[in-house]
Design a protein around this ligand. Structure first.
Ligand code: GLU
Length: 491
């Protein structure tokens, strides 16, 4: 049987982390099985549904790369079918008209509360003489349709939780069509899932209480049951249900913060699932290949931003420099515009030498965890003017006079280096110079790093020199010397 699954968000908010994970598990399940992934927008709550939320959900899925095979279909478009299905239930004896008014029901609920007993619909309209019931309906008395719930336990074999069962008597006859003719949620879901031929329904744990009702509806409609799998909640690190407080934002907010879709997908997949070996860093292909719904844990998953950062860093490191270049150009371009400049002025050569940019990204991409952090590593290679980090200056340019002298003489050596496109040659120049001076190599390398990069951390300094190229490296050293000379003069 070909697998058909769906993601069925309500467009009452953005695509948040929990929804995205549900979408991902369905998508992985479909891709792994060569099945179909359908998107259904559950927009029957007209008051809370908004087109901009639908848009944001589609954008979120697109950013993550969760491509949809069918849809989006909109639940509200199926309302006539939902109604027909409700009437079908009536025709088959699976449902009956209920004439109890909202006021009567509220009064009975109140009474039960006073008596300290739980309230459940007592099924009284289900016991009406059918002829009488028909006569009342014909006379125009408003009625809702209620499902006749059999006196038996309702269970299913959950793909994640294993055997699940609701005991007989735990579900009372529930409404499927309100007296104003609007179908209720559970009926709409079953009608849609049956119509679309869903073979598996994978959704959040918060829907477990809906499942026995939906199973009853499938049976009463004579439609084949899908298999159900309920994915556990995501908790914040404090053990409370995940919320904004924990950084549980729209997935697009993570895009804007500089996370890669690959990192986000990897992170989402590991919320409650693991491949069963010690692998943690998986690309999309790896996720599809390793995914199995049976390995999703029954217990809640914990949302850990630190882990997201780490995984994202691994995906940045694994990406090709050329593939990250566009994002770097975009971020620096935006920053330049915000300062009223353009990229050619603020970072000459960045946009016009893509190969060099790709090479530099490849050089620095091992450490940063987000795109902005990557940009901070790349920018000094191109920046028209370099700013010296204060702490780096304090630490490594403590003796301005000596440092200026060293850098000046080092610049002469570098100017005369036989080649500049070979880190090893440059290393022997720098180390040779330190030996001549009879100082540790660090005494030369650390001040040089501040001169070239403006900061105390960078990839290997010889690779930095090589990537920067002779002209720019010498210009940087020259600027550092002027800066240091000015300090000496001012002292
Ligand atoms: N619309 C529901 C939600 O957003 C999902 C319903 C389902 O998956 O059955 O929680």
């Amino acid at each position: 049987m070909a697998v058909r699954v769906r993601f069925a968000p309500s467009p009452t908010g953005f695509l948040h982390v929990g929804g995205a994970r549900t979408a991902l598990f369905n998508w992985l399940y479909a891709r792994r099985a060569g099945g179909t992934f359908l998107l259904r927008v559950e927009d029957t709550d007209r008051a809370r549904s908004r087109p901009e939320h639908t848009r944001a959900i589609l954008d979120g899925l697109a950013w993550l790369g969760l491509d949809v095979d069918e849809g989006p279909v909109f639940q509200a478009d199926g309302v006539e079918r939902h109604r027909r299905d409700a009437l079908k239930l009536l025709g088959r004896g699976g449902a009956y008209p209920c004439f109890c008014s909202a006021g009567e029901l509220a009064a009975r609920r109140e009474e039960a509360k006073r008596a300290g007993s739980g309230y459940g619909y007592d099924g009284r309209c289900g016991r009406l003489d059918p002829a009488l019931s028909q006569a009342r309906a014909d006379a125009g008395e408003p009625f809702a349709l209620r499902v006749r719930v059999p006196e038996e336990a309702i269970g299913w074999e959950d793909m994640i939780h294993g055997p699940m069962s609701f005991p007989a008597g735990s579900i009372d006859d529930f409404i499927v069509l309100r007296s104003d003719g609007t179908p209720v949620y559970n009926l709409a879901v079953v009608s849609d899932d049956a119509e679309a031929g869903m073979t598996h329904v994978i959704r959040g744990d918060d829907h477990i209480s809906n499942t026995p009702k939906q199973i009853l509806l499938y049976r009463a409609l004579g439609r084949p049951l899908p298999r159900f799998g309920h994915v556990p909640l995501i908790l914040g690190p404090d053990g409370k249900r995940l919320s904004k407080r924990h950084g549980a934002l729209s997935v697009l907010a993570y895009r804007d913060d500089g996370y890669l879709p690959e990192g986000m997908l990897n992170f989402l997949a590991l919320l409650g699932w693991s491949p069963g070996d010690d692998r943690e860093v998986l690309d999309v292909g790896g996720l599809i290949e390793a995914f199995s719904i049976g390995r999703v844990l029954k217990k809640s998953a914990v949302f850990d931003l630190e882990k997201l950062g780490w995984l994202n860093g691994r995906h940045i490191a694994a990406a090709r420099g050329a593939g990250l270049a566009g994002a770097v150009v975009e971020i620096l371009g935006r920053e330049a515009r915000e300062e009223g400049r353009d990229l050619a002025g603020s970072h000459p050569g960045l946009e016009t030498s893509p190969e060099r940019l790709a090479r530099i990204i490849d050089l620095v991409k091992g450490r940063p965890r987000t795109l902005p952090a990557l940009v901070r590593q790349v920018a000094p290679f191109f920046a028209a003017t370099i700013r010296y980090d204060e702490d780096a200056v304090k630490r490594f340019w403590k003796r301005p006079e000596e440092t200026a002298l060293h850098l000046r003489r080092l610049a002469e050596r570098l100017a005369g280096a036989a080649v500049f496109d070979d880190a090893e040659t440059l290393e022997s120049v720098v180390r040779g110079f330190a030996e001549e001076l009879d100082v540790g190599a660090g005494r030369i390398i650390n001040p040089l790093r501040v001169a070239l990069m403006g900061q105390a951390v960078s990839p290997g300094i010889f690779e930095v020199l090589e990537a920067m190229g002779r002209e720019r490296a010498l210009a940087r050293i020259g600027a550092a010397v002027r800066f240091l000379d000015a300090r000496v003069g001012a002292a």
